[in-house]
Structures are given as C-alpha cells and as structure tokens.
Design a protein around this ligand. Structure first.
Ligand code: SF4
Length: 299
C-alpha cells in the first residue's frame, strides 16, 4: 500500500485539538450528544476521535471498517457507534488467524463480515516466501486487498506502534499507486493506555489472548511479534507452526534447486538454518549490522 500524507486534522499528544464543529461544516443533522465524565488529555482524545469519525464520514455511503478483532479495532468500532456514523465492518481472514481471535469475533461481533482470501497464507508462501518485518507482503495480499478501490477505510492505526507509522500516517491518509482511496485513523494519537482505559470505561469485550501474555493480536508467527512472540506461538499453536515451517522450507529448497536463491537467502547453508534464523529474528550470517534481524534481510 502506497500512501501519501494529507493535512493533519487531529491533535497530537501535546497540541490543542483543532477539529472543527462538524455539524456546522457539513450542514448535517446534529448527532446525539455523547455523555462522558472525563478529564484532561484522554477526554480530548475521545472527543477528537468522535469528531474525526463524523467529519470524514462518507456523505452517500458508509465507511469500510477494517476490523481485526484486536483491542484497537474494538475501540474504533465502539467510537463509530458513539459517533453515529455508518460503517460496514469487515474482517479479512488470513488463514493463519489465532483460533481465539476468530472465536472472539464470532461471539461478540457477529455483525462483522468475514472476507475469505482467494489464496491462503500458505499458498502465497509458495511464491512469496516468508514475510519479514521489512517486507510484509501478507498485509497487502491478505488484508489490504479485500476492500474495493476508492472507498474510505476506517482503521485503528496508532502511531505509538512503530516509528514508521508515526512518520507515515495521518488522521486522513490518501492511498496512491496500485490502490486508491483514503484511510481514516481516528485513534492515531492514542497510546495503549488510552485504548485500555476506553475498553474498561465502556466495558467492551476483548480477545482473551490479551489476558494470556499477548500485547497484540495478529497471525500465528507474525513477523511483527518478534522472537518472544514466535516462541510463544510455537508452543501454543504447534500444528499451525509446523505447516508454516514446512511451507518456508519448501520455498527455500525450491529456490535453491532452481538456482534462483537470492543474495539474502543464500546466506544460509540449508532450509533448517534459514528457518531457525526467521524464527529467532537474529543476525543474518555475513551481514554487518547484527542487531536488526529480519530488517536486514532485503538490505
Ligand atoms: S498480522 Fe502479521 S502475519 Fe498477519 S498479515 Fe499482518 S503482518 Fe502479516
């Protein structure tokens, strides 16, 4: 997904909020007032998120809501309800979804449409190999390609999650390149504490993985989970992990036999060594910077 920054509309953690009065600007019927007993910065964040949702709400259609089943998704879904905006919620099945996450969505969010990909994660791995922290082709192929071009997406992106997100995303971000459309991120400037405070305050249900050591949800063996997350998934989902291992090794062996092994892949003597490196997110043999793990893979 290629994105281009647009004018920032929401506050950051230090500046006063600049969201205009939406009802005046858009000349729409006033929405029901949302009652809160809040104080300080958190209060600003909640009100800014609601105003943002109303300000950018499509006039003649609905938002395309991207719902992952994670804590941030739960928050934006409830905020959209409070804002009174129309959203069609979608969950992009990746086929490596943790069963607890799938069960949570089915039970607590039955209104979310579950979109199946035309190819499974493991099928994509036959041609794309393993995803890495630098090249997350899986998001593009399995999640972002579900929505139609030109629609206005609603996402629970937060700048705190990575420096890249902080630098790249805006409250309204224009998509360019292979896909067109816009992404609205009403909780871009929220911290994890704000998210949990909102969940507790509104008594929102959340996936039980968060009570079992997970700070984020995502696919089994997601490259963003790091070595600790991988170790946890290997124990918790041994069968799914064996399938991923098999697909990764099969890709490596096939490329090797075709003589098509790239510069980064050829750093490993065999498929086992490659797999152990990917799981550990450790240094690549022969690479100069031994602290970046998977980030060095394509450098
Ligand atoms: S959650 Fe992780 S593994 Fe799943 S699509 Fe996103 S980056 Fe890829």
């Amino acid at each position: 997904m290629i994105i281009k920054q647009t004018t920032e509309q929401a506050s950051n953690s230090t500046q006063p909020l600049m969201i205009p009065s939406i009802d005046v600007l858009l000349d729409v019927q006033p929405k029901p007032k949302v009652q809160f007993t809040l104080h300080g910065h958190y209060q600003h964040l909640v009100h800014a998120a609601i105003e943002t949702l109303r300000f950018y709400a499509p006039r003649d259609s609905s938002y395309w809501g991207c719902f992952s089943g994670g804590k941030d998704s739960c928050v934006i879904k409830h905020l959209a309800k409070l804002a009174g905006v129309a959203v069609n919620w979608h969950y992009a099945i990746t086929t490596l979804d943790p069963p607890e996450q799938t069960a949570f969505i089915k039970r607590y969010h039955p209104d979310v449409q579950r979109d199946k990909p035309h190819k499974t994660f493991l099928e994509w791995m036959q041609t794309k190999g393993v995803p890495t922290r630098r090249i997350r082709w899986c998001c593009d192929k399995l999640k972002e390609s579900c929505s139609p071009d030109g629609c206005r997406l609603l996402m629970g992106i937060r700048a705190q999650e990575s420096p890249r997100r902080a630098k790249t995303w805006q409250t309204l971000t224009q998509l360019h390149g292979r896909r067109t459309g816009e992404v609205v991120s009403p909780i871009l400037h929220w911290h994890a504490d704000d998210v949990w405070r909102f969940i507790k305050q509104h008594q929102l249900p959340y996936c039980k993985l968060y009570d079992q050591g997970y700070t984020r949800t995502g696919c089994v063996l997601c490259p963003m989970a790091g070595p600790d997350g991988h170790a946890r998934d290997l124990k918790r989902y041994p069968s799914m992990c064996r399938q991923i291992e098999k697909a990764a090794k099969s890709f490596w062996n096939r490329r090797k036999s075709q003589g098509a092994i790239g510069r980064s892949y050829s750093a490993f003597a065999n498929a086992d060594e490659f797999w152990q490196w990917w799981i550990s997110d450790g240094p690549i043999p022969g690479k100069p910077h031994h602290c970046q793990g998977q980030l060095e893979f394509w450098s």
